[in-house]
Design a protein around this ligand. Sequence first.
Ligand code: PLP
Length: 531
Amino acid sequence: MTAAVPVPKHWYNAAADLPELYEPYIDPATGRELPADSLTELFAGELVEQELDRDTRLRPIPEEVQARYALWRPTPLLRATALEKAIGTRCKIFYKYEGISPIGSHKANSGVAQAYYSRRDGRKRVFSETGAGQWGSAISMGSSFVGLDAEVFMVGSSYDAKPSRRILMETFGAKVHRSPSPLTEVGRVARKPDENDPGSLGLAIGEAVEAARADREAAYALGSAFNFVCLHQTVIGQELRAQLDAAGLRPDALISCIGGGSSYAGLVFPFLDQVERPGRKLDLVAVESNAVPKVTKGKFAYDHGDSAKLTPLIKMYTLGHEFAAPGIHSGGLRYHGLSGQVSKALHLGLGRAVAYSQLEIFRAATLFARTEGLIPAPEAAHSIAATIELAREHRDEERVLVFCLTGHGFFDLSAYQRYNQGQMDDSDSPSAAIEASLGQLPAVGNPGTSGASEDPFNAWQRWHFGAPRPSASGAVGTDLRGYRVVSERLVREASQGGAGDLLVARDAVITPAAESEARDLGRKLVRGGDR
Ligand SMILES: *Cc1c(COP(=O)(O)O)cnc(C)c1O
């Protein structure tokens, strides 16, 4: 039932319609809002703007990215009639199939966009992490499209268990490191007690961030949770809306699983205006694993995005950054936190969360495979379990239920083998571990010892690395030598302070937009000076 709908030409920024979705990131060293320029160090200027944007409803998708999307978009909307029959429900079950992308999941939607912006920003390399290997595949493919080198830190246990995902990334030209690796301080510390440490996503994030920080020509990329990743995924919901409209259908429930929350955001954000409608409310269902129950058992609080505490504090549903997720077969759902925007929406009552165990989701996946012929990724099987339960609950009503089938399970067959042979353990909520890690949430505004007059970026840098940026003293003109990336915004802000040259570090990356901004403002960018 795939109606021919156009691929969206814009991404939808829900924060423009719902400003309350936006919660500022907090600098752990100062307790104050994180300055934009500390994000520019890691991300292309355009991505930082997307991250912080509360005004622009629709952001145009660059033509080059649109051309890549056209390789697999629009993705099909399919009806699961055989599944409906097997359940014995009058509900109509549809699924939006994102597994059709070249790498087999929705992550491609952001992978091509992040690689494109990083390259255009003048970066030569991108560092990232991957758990199950889905995001690593996406950023590797996106990077190969634009001629960017990609280096991926892959969680050790996945690296050992999933060589096929590693080979896929390497075929795209990426370098894949088993994490924890000897290449970073974060990795070396973790390897001390055990060189074969199985690693974790939090650790791999720490390694990728550290590597990107140390390399002036590099950017960092991540596969979920951040606002710009959620933004890129809104092509899913926009297309779905057009497809349902074309079929004369109105959804009663939208369902997706939540790892960092990007597919859920992409599916439901374009429908937020329909939640409180006359007649039946639109039911938005976020599905998590009962082994990583950040919404159903966690807290809505400021927390770090990684266990190395290299990221700023994000207000979100979290199990605590020290939470060590149990080893379930849904690698993409093992993250301790959740997108700030998705968290806020759920906190406001725009949507609800449910949790399922590992055996429950494999039972649902197997029923889906046998009726519809498609083997889902274990992450997506969470959505199937929730959809089946809704369809049973409302078996006598003609409700329209739509779930996002985020990816196929062809790289997860060993998990299916385990299930088929009756050897799979069920998962449980690790209550004691959750209580312990929730006790480690940071005391916002209190972790550092910085004086009130210190530049927040310096304080943040010092808190992590003990090395402050050089001060402006002794320089002629405005000293920007402490910045490894000179962005358009930085030039604009620095130019407000007066006239004269803008002094930048000898090896700083000056973005093309920054260069033209300086020209427009009549300021000269002068490289040089010792750091
Ligand atoms: C990464 C992943 C997820 C979870 O990530 P979100 O950002 O929450 O969407 C779900 N399904 C698949 C197939 C994935 O690769």
